[in-house]
Design a protein around this ligand. Structure first.
Ligand SMILES: [Zn+2]
Length: 72
């Protein structure tokens, strides 16, 4: 039996990072790379597209179950 050590690449710089308890910042190689990646998120590099979803806004009020026909 051999204890295989899984190695991942740092998403930021590509450095091989051993996937284990000793790799504190996995999957990043270091805190620096992790912070860089978080910075990318913060600056909108991975911006999620939410602008094009006007369907819900323009939906006509079809269902108005306030009045029940035949109650009066
Ligand atoms: Zn790195």
């Amino acid at each position: 039996m051999n204890s295989q050590l899984r190695v991942v690449k740092c998403p930021q710089c590509g450095t091989p990072v051993p996937w284990g308890p000793e790799s504190k910042w996995r999957p990043f190689c270091s805190e620096r790379c992790k912070l860089i990646d978080l910075g990318d998120w913060a600056t909108g590099r991975y911006r999620i597209e939410t602008q094009e979803a006007p369907d819900a806004m323009n939906a006509p009020p079809e269902s108005a179950p306030d009045k029940e026909p035949g109650s009066t």
